[in-house]
Ligand binder design. Structure first.
Ligand code: FES
Length: 318
């Protein structure tokens, strides 16, 4: 497996950040500055015995350290539990350099809709928009008041932040925010669980938003679309002309790795974008959660860890 650039960091602070969340502040262990990132970027964190987990970077602009906010997920494979219970100030971690597959789109008006800890990338976007005096509103949906993360930074954004608590009857299902009823000259950027965003996008479409105005990032893969199984097909490596058969229960990444071809892999769930590869001919069967609708429609790239082919042959730009 081809490795993404790894960075050694030290946890220099671990703080409570709303019920169920910890905020980890990471400093470069080498003393070299950490790479600059753009709003929406994430890093992979290597967790012992669990592999890599992706977390959005949520440090404020100009901050020399990285920050990630981790929600304790009891149903997870153990990554969040390890970060909550085993990591302390002084713990060394290995992380990847930042990647950004969720960049902030440009528009005269931006609506940011976050559910729970989906706030992390959108908070950085909101602060970026505020620094530019851009027109935006950040809607944050939580169950209860004690879940509120980043309260001081949200306070700084003032009236451009609207908090919604479902415990008070203010959820997206119960009340549609007025600004969501206006689509003109706007983009809608959202992050949260799949169900939240499906409902949000349905509402948006009912109010005239087009697909190309909707930008989102889910927390977790939609398991119903993540099966890698499907028909047998062939991939061709453009640089060598070598052909490889992808059997019904194998991913393209698995087969190519076995053949000794370097593929950058990280989440292996179609979420992080590490394995996105160009497609020179053939039509991909996209099963990832990382490409936008526009990127999928272009059919000129594929996520090798989970996607398949609609045509018998795919020629990969490798
Ligand atoms: S390895 Fe993360 S999308 Fe393929």
């Amino acid at each position: 497996m081809k490795q993404a650039e790894n960075l050694a960091v030290t946890v220099i602070a671990k703080q409570f950040n709303g019920a169920g969340n910890v905020l980890l502040t990471l400093a470069s262990a080498s003393g070299h500055p950490l790479p600059v990132f753009t709003p929406g970027a994430h890093i992979d964190v290597t967790i012992p015995d669990c592999g890599k987990r992706q977390y959005s970077l949520c440090s404020a602009a100009g901050e020399a350290h990285y920050q990630v906010c981790v929600r304790l997920d009891q149903a997870s494979g153990g990554g969040s539990r390890w970060l909550h219970h085993q990591v302390q100030t002084g713990t060394r971690l290995t992380i990847s350099a930042p990647r950004n597959h969720f960049p902030l789109p440009e528009a005269p008006r931006t609506l940011l809709f976050a559910a729970g800890i989906g706030l992390t990338p959108l908070l950085v976007m909101a602060e970026h928009l505020a620094a530019q005096n851009a027109e935006f509103t950040l809607h944050l949906f939580l169950k209860r008041h004690d879940e509120l993360p980043f309260s001081a930074r949200l306070d700084q954004l003032g009236s451009r932040v609207v908090l919604h608590y479902s415990s008070e009857g203010d959820s997206l299902r119960q009340r549609v925010p007025e600004d969501l009823k206006v689509a003109h000259n706007s983009v809608l950027v959202s992050c949260g669980p799949a169900g939240f965003m499906e409902h949000l996008h349905q509402l948006a479409q009912q109010h005239g938003w087009r697909d190309d105005q909707l930008h989102s990032e889910k927390f977790k893969p939609d398991v119903t679309t993540q099966s890698i199984a499907g028909d047998v097909f062939t991939v061709e490596i453009a640089s060598s002309g070598a052909r490889h058969t992808i059997n019904a229960d194998e991913s393209i990444a698995e087969v190519l790795e076995r053949a000794g071809i370097d593929i950058e892999l990280s989440c292996e769930q179609g979420m992080c974008g590490a394995c996105i590869t160009g497609v020179l001919s053939g039509e991909p069967d996209h099963r990832d959660e990382v490409l936008s609708k526009k990127e999928r429609a272009a059919n000129d790239c594929i996520v090798l860890c989970c996607s398949r082919a609609r045509t018998p042959l795919l020629v990969l730009d490798l």
